[in-house]
Design a protein around this ligand. Structure first.
Ligand code: C5P
Length: 405
């Protein structure tokens, strides 16, 4: 494969050396196109030695081969790593004042960018607006990761690891060849699924009928569409979990509080969080040390319950820029009443999308099919889907992709 690796002026450029080595090692023809600034971090001899191809930043060299467009035309894949805030802004505006700019405008190949910058620059509305523009044009974004930055500070802004960038970029190309949509490539998503259990004593719990099937279908669909997926699973049968692909990381939890901790942890670096789990609204105020017996309790028992934290509302209140939060609602009402309740719930939790489904004694739980309506921030019906839980999952991800534009 003919791969162009654009390198822009960030300290993470040294990690891109490993990315180029890996691509070369896998037999690809790699052409490195640095910006002038990038060469202040890693020099031309390194790029030429490692890629085994000549390197220039200028559109005025090698004019006879019309290099300023030929690299872009020949490319099967273009990766920009690190992609600085400045380069992302230039890409969003279509500026082409150097060889990387002209190459990016001349290519029809998939473009994968790995942003790297300080947290403040990443969070700036201008950068976030540019990311939306680039995503809407089909550019795939990998990272940035959350962690230590060069100034000694820490937060989202670190370039993703070279292997992660290579994996995502190669998956994008593989999907393009197979014709399968990879519209979630480069995104980290967290899906919660199943039902929490709140212990009363060592052998009993308050639980619910959620099987986790819809959440598992969401996780598998996201992985199929290129996302890096963490599934926070509460009491899901091994048989239901069996359908998971290798690319889904599973974190098992029991109670609502355990789910909050696991989801909050995974959400700190996630682009999208989908809370499909049925979380207990209340838990017993006290958990008995020993099994409750008729001898000690008599013929009538009163349980005192305390409210659990609303996990998804907490995530939405503390969401990072560009993060999409999706809640589910299982409702026993119908028709217009169902929609009104859904709109109020979306607003109360301040989530980007609310997926509502009608449930009852015979509907929604433990079965293979589902029927949902997705409400967006303006209260409109963003999507409606019925069919297998996988079909519903894909409709939810379509709505997520549309909401992120
Ligand atoms: O308010 P209700 O329980 O109907 O909201 C359902 C949505 O809120 C689901 O997405 C569920 O995962 C989430 N939820 C939560 N924390 C709770 C209860 C529900 O995140 N304690």
């Amino acid at each position: 494969m003919f791969v162009v690796v654009g390198v822009t002026g960030g300290i993470a450029a040294y990690k891109t050396v490993h990315l180029v080595r890996r691509l070369i090692g896998e037999g690809h023809e790699v052409h490195v196109v640095p910006t002038e600034d990038a060469l202040r971090f890693v020099g031309k001899p390194t790029w030429e030695a490692i890629s085994r191809n000549p390197v220039t930043t200028s559109v005025h060299e090698d004019v006879a081969t019309v290099r300023h467009v030929s690299l872009g035309q020949r490319a099967d894949l273009v990766i920009v790593a690190p992609a600085t805030a400045n380069t992302l802004a230039k890409m969003a505006s279509g500026l082409a004042d150097d060889l990387l700019g002209t190459t990016l405008l001349a290519t029809t190949a998939p473009v994968v960018v790995a942003p790297a910058m300080h947290t403040e620059m990443w969070r700036h509305p201008a950068t976030q607006q540019n990311m939306r523009v680039l995503r809407s044009r089909g550019v795939h974004v990998v990272g940035p990761a959350d962690g230590p930055l060069t100034g000694g500070d820490s937060g989202p802004g670190r370039m993703s690891e070279p292997d992660e960038i290579a994996d995502a970029a190669l998956a994008v190309v593989a999907a393009a060849v197979s014709g399968r949509a990879q519209d979630l490539a480069g995104l980290r998503v967290v899906v919660s699924a199943g039902g929490t259990r709140e212990p009363l004593d060592p052998v009993r719990f308050l639980g619910n009928r959620s099987s986790g099937r819809q959440g598992v279908a969401l996780a598998v669909a996201a992985a199929d569409r290129g996302a890096e997926v963490t599934l926070v699973a509460a009491h899901i049968d091994g048989e239901v979990l069996g359908g998971l692909s290798d690319r889904v990381r599973v974190v098992s939890v029991g109670t609502a509080l355990e789910m909050r901790d696991a989801v909050t942890d995974a959400a700190s670096v996630a682009d999208v969080v989908v809370m499909a789990a049925a979380v207990a609204d209340y838990r017993p105020a006290e958990v008995a040390e020993l099994k409750l017996t008729k001898e000690t309790q008599g013929d009538r028992v009163t349980l005192e319950l305390v409210e659990n934290p609303d996990i998804v509302a907490g995530l939405a209140a503390g969401r990072s820029p560009g993060q999409t939060i999706v809640a589910f609602a299982a409702e026993t009402s119908t028709g217009e009443e169902l929609l009104q309740r859904a709109r109020r719930k979306r607003e109360r939790k301040d989530v980007d999308l609310l997926v509502v489904n009608e449930v009852g004694w015979t509907r929604g739980f433990e079965c293979a099919d589902n029927e949902v309506v997705v409400i967006d921030r303006s209260g409109d019906v963003a999507a409606q889907a019925s069919g297998s839980k996988r079909e519903v999952a894909d409709a939810v991800w379509d709505a997520v992709v549309a909401a992120r534009l």
